[in-house]
Design a protein around this ligand. Structure first.
Ligand SMILES: O=C(CO)COP(=O)(O)O
Length: 255
C-alpha cells in the first residue's frame, strides 16, 4: 500500500496576511504544481483569505489551525467550520499540543471538533503526543492511545478516509530535539496497529500519519524513509520558503 506523502506547514501565530502572501508566492514559484506529494499551508485565521488567493489554481491546499465545533452563535472570538469552508479551507489542525496546554483543549472537546470538521467536509489533522514527563514515566503509548481513541470517538470507518493523524511528541516541538527515527516509527506503528483494531486493516493502511517536532530538511529523509511515517507537520521550518520547499522535495524523493 503506497500512501501519498503529505507535508503540512503550521505557521502557528506567525505571519501577517502580507507576510503570508509573500511566503506563499515563494513556495508556489517552486512547488506550486508538485504532483507526487500533498502540500498544505496552515496560516493563522487572519491570513487565510489572502493565502487562498495566492494559492488559486495551484495544487497546494489550505488548512486552518483550529476551529470551534459549534455551528454559530454567541462564542466570542471563535471561528466555525462553515466560516473556514467559505475561505476555501480544506484541512484543519485539531488538538495541537499548544492548544491542549495553553487553551485547555480536552480530548472530549477535540473530539467534538473532529466530528464537526468531518460533518463540514473539512479534513482534520488530529494531533497526538506525549510530554517529556509522560515519556519519562513510561506512559507514551498510553497517552497516544487515549488521544487517538478519544479524539476519534464516533468517527466511522468511511469518515477515516478524510482523517490525518499527526504524532507530535511535545518535547520535540520547537526545541530542536527531534525524536529518533526509531522512537518516531515505534509510535507511528503503534498508532497504525490501534487504527487496525478500531477500523480494520484496509482503513488503517490508508490513513496518513505525520511526524511533527523539529523536522527539518536535514533530518527529514531519514524520518520519511520509515514505513509508517507518511509526512510531516512542520512548525519552525515552514516559516521560510527555502526550508519548507526542501522538506517537500525530501518527501518527493522518499515517495
Ligand atoms: O508543532 C509543530 C507543528 O505543528 C512542530 O513545530 P516545530 O517544527 O517548530 O518543532
Amino acid at each position: 500500500m503506497i500512501r501519498r506523502k503529505l507535508i503540512a506547514g503550521n505557521w502557528k501565530m506567525n505571519k501577517t496576511a502580507a507576510d503570508g502572501v509573500a511566503l506563499t508566492k515563494d513556495i508556489v514559484a517552486e512547488i506550486g504544481r508538485i504532483g507526487s506529494v500533498d502540500v498544505v499551508l496552515c496560516p493563522p485565521f487572519t491570513a487565510l483569505e489572502s493565502v487562498a488567493k495566492a494559492l488559486e489554481g495551484q495544487s497546494i491546499k489550505l488548512g486552518a489551525q483550529n476551529m470551534n465545533p459549534e455551528k454559530g452563535g454567541a462564542f466570542t472570538g471563535e471561528v466555525s467550520a462553515e466560516m473556514l469552508r467559505g475561505l476555501f479551507v480544506s484541512h484543519v489542525i485539531l488538538g495541537h499540543s499548544e492548544r491542549r496546554t495553553f487553551f485547555g483543549d480536552t480530548d472530549a472537546f477535540v473530539n467534538k471538533k473532529v466530528i464537526a470538521a468531518l460533518a463540514n467536509q473539512l479534513k482534520p489533522i488530529l494531533c497526538v503526543g506525549e510530554t517529556l514527563a509522560e515519556r519519562e514515566a513510561g506512559s507514551t503509548l498510553a497517552v497516544v492511545q487515549r488521544h487517538v481513541e478519544q479524539g476519534l470517538a464516533g468517527v466511522t470507518a468511511e469518515q477515516m478516509a478524510a482523517v490525518i493523524i499527526a504524532y507530535e511528541p511535545v518535547w520535540a516541538i520547537g526545541t530542536g530535539k527531534v525524536a529518533t527515527t526509531a522512537q518516531a516509527q515505534e509510535v507511528h506503528a503503534f498508532i497504525r496497529d490501534l487504527l487496525t483494531k478500531l477500523y480494520g486493516a484496509p482503513v488503517a493502511q490508508k490513513v496518513r500519519i505525520l511526524y511533527g517536532g523539529s523536522m527539518k530538511p536535514s533530518n527529514a529523509p531519514e524520518l520519511l524513509a520509515e514505513k509508517d511515517i507518511d509526512g510531516g507537520l512542520i512548525g519552525g521550518a515552514a516559516l521560510e520558503a527555502r526550508s519548507f520547499i526542501d522538506l517537500v522535495k525530501a518527501a518527493e524523493a522518499a515517495h
